[in-house]
Design a protein around this ligand. Sequence first.
Ligand code: BTN
Length: 275
Amino acid sequence: MSDVDPQVQNDELLAASVARHLRERGVVWDAPILAFAELTSTNDRVKALARGGAREWTSVVARRQTRGRGRQGRVWASPPGNLYLSCLLRPDDQAALNLLPLAAGVAVCESVREWGLAVSLKWPNDALVGERKLAGVLVEASSSSHGLEHVVIGIGVNLDWDPAQVPELAATATSVRAAGGCTPEVGPAAAALLAHLAPAYGLLLRDPQGTLAAWRERAAPWWGERVQVEAAGSLLCGSLRDVDDRGALLVEDDDGRLHRLFSGEVARLRPASTV
Ligand code: BTN
């Protein structure tokens, strides 16, 4: 795999910790789990592994990232102490891909609840404590003329970090520690995420409606509220109605027209009251 930087340092202790905590949870994980002290981005590493033919569910954890990415090309602050995890999936249809961000959001929500925090999901998959963001998911798909090749699902959870150190995030982000949760080490946190992600993906493949129901149960209670959505360079104000079967957000504008928005095109969604 020539596009993988050979200089990056493996973190065997972290890999062993993830494996041990999965075993302790009774989870059988038969794909590789690789851990590193530092990477540019765990998503980049999994993409490189995918191009080399890696097995489904190959997973990568890093203690820090130097070029962590968020949705819509945003930077994901990645200091040590937080969780940076990416997994390789190979779903065979677009329908599963559309709902994957929602399934991942459910897995994040279940993991964070183990650490004593009440979280809700903001579409498509931000985990919020109150109105502050604790975790995010970045799903990146790669296709060829033969169709969908692979999907990388990257999850960042702020664990042991004080977002107040970053002025532009101080008012909008939080961490498990800052929110008063029981802060896990990175190894058990990654194991919890993987342990919840696998059944969430299983549910998605056999019962997509079940995934939608699970997501709705955990969604922030904004239905009917006025929101402002930035999508494809324009601003839409309206009432939040629902998510449809493909995981798209339905927003009704002031003329009663229903807009269907996919996660890839929405740059920002917020309650109009906070704008
Ligand atoms: C978002 O809410 O904007 C998504 C954030 C996703 C961050 C994670 S951290 C692990 C993986 N590697 C990255 O570079 N990004 C994702």
